[in-house]
Design a binder for this molecule. Structure first.
Ligand code: HEM
Length: 149
């Protein structure tokens, strides 16, 4: 078996095609990831107040179905919700740099907990880092107290 040096390995990890991730981790991988994320949300002082007090089941399903669709699985999200328009759908939530960092921190913990194959986890982490930065829509001074959106 040829040996692969670290640089080469990194290169291979970065080239995992987005639409193969669903095949690699399955519906179950996404379910484990998203449930590990939302388990942390209610107790979080920044994120907790932004989500519906009635419960997180709907939010959990929407994020899970979005990711399944985005990474090569069935398009349930599109069928239910239409075009994702994530930036527009997040405008009513005060996503400051601190909120973004917290969201990404909880998601990194969820990735660790879900124990997905390394290539898939690497690409998902990169996607979450970029997308969460893209969704920042307030400076810290514009945000007001947590939950006042
Ligand atoms: C950056 C920090 C973020 C915050 C504070 C945040 C917060 C929220 C909140 C409060 C909701 C409403 C929950 C619900 O659907 O009932 C929501 C919905 C959603 N978020 Fe985020 N989010 C963040 C980042 C992200 C990222 C990075 C993604 C994608 C990777 C994402 C994907 C979604 C999706 C798909 C929905 C459901 C949209 C819909 O169909 O209505 N969010 N988010």
């Amino acid at each position: 078996m040829p040996s692969i040096d670290v640089g080469m390995r990194q290169d291979m990890i970065e080239r995992m095609e987005d639409n193969l991730i669903y095949a690699a981790i399955g519906a179950d991988g996404f379910a484990r990831l998203v449930s590990a994320f939302y388990r942390q949300v209610p107790a979080d002082p920044i994120l907790g107040p932004m989500y519906p007090a009635a419960g997180l089941a709907g939010a959990e399903r929407r994020l899970r179905e979005f990711l399944v669709f985005r990474f090569g699985g069935p398009p349930y999200y599109l069928e239910q919700r239409g075009h994702p328009r994530l930036q527009q759908r997040h405008l009513r939530f005060p996503i400051t740099p601190a909120a973004r960092d917290r969201w990404f921190e909880l998601m990194q913990r969820a990735l660790d907990e879900a124990q997905l194959p390394a290539e898939a986890a690497h690409r998902l982490r990169e996607f979450f880092a970029q997308t969460s930065t893209f969704l920042i829509n307030r400076s810290e001074s514009e945000a007001g107290p947590a939950g006042q959106n």
